[in-house]
Ligand binder design. Structure first.
Ligand code: SAM
Length: 247
């Protein structure tokens, strides 16, 4: 099961009453929106469609025009208290102002609405966009990591190589990480969620078992805490929280 399927199933398995509405924040091409709509769940998406990876041309043309909206000034283009669930998949490591984004998510959630977020923290072992271990642990703009990434690339590692030379590929990805990613520690992330939401739960163990599918027995015998750590180091944080009554 991939992350799209995981998010879709997780929503579908909640207690969905009449008129439930779901928002996919940073929806990209809208895969989750389409999958939820295929299950007759009223789903929408929004995205800034930024230069760091613009998926706007890949949005499914079968979706109605009002299903996926472009964001302006980082404001979610939907009314206050209009959604029961907000999903974000591999988005929050790209946002510069996490507090603002979480405040926006809380604004559009109905009282007691829930957020589910999947994204890597700084502690993840492999930089997910280029596939190089620990590249995001180097300070931004540092030159040695260009050679570090190039060395891994020579050994055969790395994603999206296209027809770039080793050094060009390495320079481009280091620039991408500098411009378009904002890795935070787990502690910083949890603190930001706790300011806007309540009952924060980490469900990486559930995510891991579902991702493994029929191979889940490989992980099931491990204590949940170890499953969670393995999932966050090799994959991402997976957290669920309720809109805080304080908001
Ligand atoms: C790796 S893609 C993931 C797209 C989609 N969630 C998916 O799973 O296919 C990251 C997405 O985050 C969006 N994004 C980046 N910064 C954002 C922000 N501040 N607010 C909303 N979306 C943002 C990008 O435009 C891009 O579509």
């Amino acid at each position: 099961m991939d992350n799209y399927e995981f998010c879709t199933r997780w929503i579908a398995e909640q207690d969905l009453g009449e008129g439930v509405r779901v928002l996919d924040y940073g929806c990209g091409a809208g895969t989750i929106v389409r999958k939820l709509r295929d299950l007759n769940i009223d789903a929408y998406g929004c995205d800034v469609f930024y230069e760091g990876g613009d998926y706007s041309k890949l949005v499914d043309t079968a979706l109605p025009d009002d299903a996926i909206l472009r964001m302006d000034e980082n404001v979610i283009p939907f009314d206050d208290e209009s959604f029961d669930f907000v999903i974000s998949n591999q988005v929050l490591e790209h946002v510069e102002d996490l507090d603002h984004v979480l405040a926006e998510m809380a604004r559009v959630l109905k009282p007691d609405g829930q957020v589910i977020s999947l994204f890597p923290d700084r502690g993840v072992w492999r930089e997910a966009h280029c596939g190089i271990p620990f590249l995001h642990w180097f300070p931004k703009y540092s030159q040695p990591r260009v050679y570090y990434a190039a060395a891994w690339r020579v050994l055969g590692f790395g994603l999206l190589k296209k027809d770039k030379t080793v050094m060009q590929w390495s320079r481009d990805f280091c620039e991408y990480i500098d411009r378009w990613t904002h890795y935070r520690t787990r502690r910083e992330i949890d603190a930001a969620f706790n300011r806007r939401f309540s009952d924060l739960r980490h469900i990486e163990d559930e995510w891991l078992r579902r991702r493994l599918g029929r191979r889940k027995n490989l992980a099931s015998w491990l204590p949940a805490a170890i499953q969670k750590t393995a999932a966050t180091k090799l994959g991402c944080l997976v957290s669920v929280a309720h809109k805080s009554p304080r908001i």
